[in-house]
Design a protein around this ligand. Structure first.
Ligand code: FES
Length: 135
């Protein structure tokens, strides 16, 4: 079956394949803090980034289990992908202010719901983590 041309596509699976992605799936690339290790995984639409990271052995504690009471799920989103995410809530930004090694593209993984329209998302593990519950 011939692949549809991308400009003829809006939302079906064949069109997604033509764009290099599969409808309903997000490709997430986890990169270690030193940049040495890359892990690519696929996640279904609606998956939580922290759950995905933990299920794939990434070093994110997620101590408060998504209650925004720690920053142990802090990740740094690749600048080119940052605009794919909805804005952080003020409470998330307040918690990121306390995260070690936070940058302008930092987010709390527990607050990120993956959407297939993102197609892909690259996130870096921070070089340090800070656990507010341990204080
Ligand atoms: Fe604690 Fe995300 S798991 S803020």
């Amino acid at each position: 079956m011939p692949q549809p041309r991308v400009r003829d596509c809006m939302s079906d699976d064949r069109c997604a394949a033509a764009r290099g992605s599969v409808a309903g799936v997000v490709r997430v690339i986890f990169v270690s803090a030193d940049g040495e290790k890359r892990q690519e995984v696929e996640a279904p639409d609606g998956a939580n980034l922290l759950d995905l990271a933990q299920a794939n052995g990434q070093p994110l504690e997620g101590t408060c289990e998504g209650q925004m009471a720690c920053s142990t799920c802090h990740v740094i989103v690749e600048a080119a992908d940052f605009g794919k995410l909805p804005r952080a809530l003020e409470a998330e930004e307040d918690m990121l202010d306390l995260a070690a090694a936070a940058t302008r593209t930092s987010r709390l993984a527990c607050q990120i719901t993956l959407k297939s329209k993102m197609e892909s998302l690259t996130v870096f593990m921070p070089s340090e983590s800070h656990n507010m519950q341990g204080l």
